[in-house]
Design a binder for this molecule. Structure first.
Ligand code: URA
Length: 199
């Protein structure tokens, strides 16, 4: 599928998602938050759920956490404009930014599955514990499993990484700190990404 075919298919799914009331979040959202970034990206980053800024704009990871995420990836020359397609496990904001329920995640899963099917990413980054649990089913703390490559039925290589909200609460850059580890993980992602770009 070329980029314009992908865009067309994604637009169809997005339009269904915008009218979706399959779970209760449909009645409290301002905007559904489908995705940002290039449909031709080799990297897909999956976060938890939209927050207030995202609910108001319809764009994922646009608040403080998203800005930090952009900054960290930019240090390795990776941007959402070119390299990373960004989305979340659920497309509507849970009230008061609570964690989405199992039912909400299950009802919304069809949109995420369609995004993976259309984009066919080579790398999937699970950003935080909710994405990790949702995609891999693992209840391991993210700190135990982050930075490891894991296989996935879609054939993409999957890596759990810290959520940027956690990094905002832990700003130290000292060796071994969460932010330092995140930078190491992004270097590892970049190394593998470069091998894909050579293909
Ligand atoms: N946190 C997330 O997990 N996703 C967003 O889009 C914004 C904040």
């Amino acid at each position: 599928m070329n980029e314009s075919e992908k865009t067309q298919k994604l637009d169809q799914v997005k339009s269904t998602c915008e009218k979706c009331f399959d779970c209760e979040l449909g009645s409290t959202r301002t905007k559904s938050v489908f995705s940002d970034g290039s449909p031709d990206a080799l990297i897909m980053l999956i976060g938890e759920a939209p927050g207030q800024n995202e609910d108001e704009t319809g764009i994922p990871f646009i608040g403080r956490a998203g800005k930090l995420l952009d900054e960290l990836f930019k240090t390795q020359g990776l941007t959402r404009e070119k390299d990373i397609y960004i989305c979340n496990t659920v497309k509507c904001r849970p009230p008061n930014n609570r964690v989405p329920t199992e039912t909400e995640k299950a009802q919304c899963r069809k949109y995420l599955d369609a995004q993976i099917e259309i984009i066919k990413p080579k790398i999937i980054l699970l950003c935080g514990a909710t994405a990790l649990k949702s995609i891999i089913g693992s209840k391991l703390p993210i700190s135990k499993i982050r930075g490891e490559w894991i296989g996935h039925p879609s054939k993409a290589k999957v890596m759990p990484i810290f959520h940027p909200s956690y990094l905002l609460r832990n700003p130290s850059l000292k060796e071994g700190s969460p932010k330092w580890l995140m930078t190491e993980d992004i270097k590892k992602i970049k190394q593998y990404y470069q091998t894909l770009c050579k293909d």
